[in-house]
Design a protein around this ligand. Sequence first.
Ligand code: FES
Length: 218
Amino acid sequence: MPLTDQTAAECRDLAARYPDGRSALLPMLHVVQSEEGMINSAAIEMCADVLGLTTAEVTAVATFYTMYRQKSPGGTHHIGVCTNTLCGLLGGDAVFAALSERLDVGSGETTPDGKFTLERIECQAACTHAPVMTVDWEYFDCTTIADAIRTIEALAADEMVVATRGPAVRGWRATERTVAGIDDGLADEARCVDAIMLAGLEVAKEKGMTAPDPGKGA
Ligand code: FES
């Protein structure tokens, strides 16, 4: 099915943000994924057309990154469990196993009702709060099996679920638009900056460390 005029217009707007339009390909793919739930041939053709690329060039990019789905649309909610070394050792593997059993799907699979897509994910740069689970790419820090199951059950019942660092979970397709750089109006809803997150900054202050001037190079 062809993409909507609105999606094509948003992709053209994204391309116009960059000196070289092809820099917009990654966000454009997130926008089309928010509509289609995956990257299909219509999406690839539209992106190639807007950017003056070949469909082979767009396909090469779309198939390189794991955040783009190739085979089937993602579910209403994307559940990511970090099973990289630190999270895995501190409980991520157990959380993933429990969710896999509860939802009866493996990594990358979607439940038959289309509600959840479960995925093992790589380090989310949140190791201080391991093990980390994400719902629609919002962080759920220091997750236990009980927390994870409770979260899934609340989402299954269409209850409001708020991420550890805010905001309320809205659904994977909505987040795809945020990832693309389209303003979601939620910038002020971030919260829960705790002492662990600020530990590095405190050490830097104590030692009088400053960031190098980016204008002066390395
Ligand atoms: S290893 Fe899980 S966030 Fe880094």
